[in-house]
Design a protein around this ligand. Structure first.
Ligand code: OKP
Ligand code: MG
Ligand code: ZN
Length: 341
């Protein structure tokens, strides 16, 4: 299968992630994409293509104009205030307070975010836009008849909601691609999120809609990020009732247990009969992942890819998390190789 990749991901090179009360070098760093790309080439997965520019219109189908405008100018506005470090949100509208958009940059950072680990810096906007173009270019390959394509997105997207960044995500690459399928004539699209973390942004964006089925397998949010969404009783609302599936797991979940939820999700996808499938592909389910607690092994990713191929659907893979950089290339390409059989 073809891979779409942009070197513009390097523009996202934050130096700080708030973790445990200190600023650490971000887990979500450029080496991740470079290691995956090297493995794609080494294993001769297929051609590597640059993205085509799709402009802002497909992003506006998912994210609000004011949020897009905020991301574009956040770093400029932060610098104009003479702040010494990277732009990090540190204040939010707590219970009982107003949900109104303030003028001040600290206020706007809080308004448009749900977590503080993700700093905004010079180049974040360019990299996040390039990741969308990567997703949309791979989406076009699948819409054009390719069985599957791999969007090597960085930064990732599944935590980003209509007007929220956080969890290393700014634009919801998979959600924007799903909307593109629909806008090109698809009737139904399924997004299956196999990243260790709940895809809260993807869930929120489509929560009241039945034309996108969202499914996520993840660590129990009672115990891990994003903490405030992703529980199994969240099944959708209004027209979307019944079109969101969350499957949560406890610490140390091995593949044998994880795959039972995968089976449930696959059955739900078959019943839904989508025109296209998007896999939000995180490999932070790996046993050595530094910020996660599942116990998947490298060989399990081959099995995962095989199972996804059995669904027999046009499939777009969009890259999400995975922070054991030494293994990320092997694990990601194992999914894709497993898919190809
Ligand atoms: C992004 B993606 C670790 C805290 C984790 C952020 C996790 C973001 C994950 N000390 N906070 O879903 O892989
Ligand atoms: Mg997930
Ligand atoms: Zn994750």
């Amino acid at each position: 299968m073809k891979t779409v990749y942009s070197p513009l991901h390097h523009r996202r090179t934050a130096v700080s992630e708030l973790d445990g009360g200190v600023l650490i070098p971000p887990h979500e760093n450029p080496n991740r994409a470079e290691t995956i790309l090297a493995r794609v080439k080494d294993q001769q997965l297929g051609e590597v293509l640059p993205p085509e520019s799709h402009g802002l219109a497909p992003i506006r189908r998912i994210h609000s104009d004011r949020y897009i405008e905020f991301l574009e100018h956040c770093w400029r506005d932060w610098q104009a205030e003479g702040k010494p470090g990277e732009a990090i949100p540190a204040v939010w509208s707590g219970r009982g307070m107003r949900e109104r958009l303030p003028k001040d940059i600290d206020g706007r950072l809080g308004f448009y975010s749900f977590a503080a680990e993700t700093s905004i810096t010079d180049g974040t906007w360019e990299a996040a836009r390039a990741a969308v173009d990567v997703a949309l270019t791979a989406q076009a390959l699948v819409a054009g008849g390719e069985r599957a394509a791999f969007a090597l997105c960085r930064p990732p997207g599944h935590h980003a909601a209509e007007e929220l960044f956080g969890g290393y995500c700014f634009f919801n690459n998979a959600g924007i691609a799903a909307q593109a399928f629909l806008d090109q004539g698809a009737k139904r699209v399924a997004i299956l999120d196999v990243d260790f973390h709940h895809g809260n942004g993807t869930q929120s964006i489509f929560y009241q809609r039945s034309d996108v089925l969202t499914l996520s397998l993840h660590g129990d949010p009672d115990l891990v990020f994003p903490h405030f969404l992703g529980f199994e009783d969240e099944t959708g609302e209004g027209d979307g009732e019944g079109y969101n599936l969350n499957i949560t797991y406890p610490p140390n979940t091995p593949f044998e247990v994880w795959r039972e939820g995968l089976e449930t999700a696959c059955q739900r996808i078959v019943d839904y009969a989508p025109d296209a499938l998007i896999i939000a592909l995180g490999v932070d389910t790996f046993e050595e992942d530094p910020i996660s607690f599942f116990k998947l092994k490298s060989s399990d990713y081959l099995t995962l890819g095989q199972r996804l191929a059995e669904l027999g659907l046009p499939t777009l893979f969009t890259m999400e998390g995975g922070y054991d950089v030494d293994a990320i290339g092997v694990n990601v390409v194992n999914v894709l190789k497993g898919f190809e059989g």
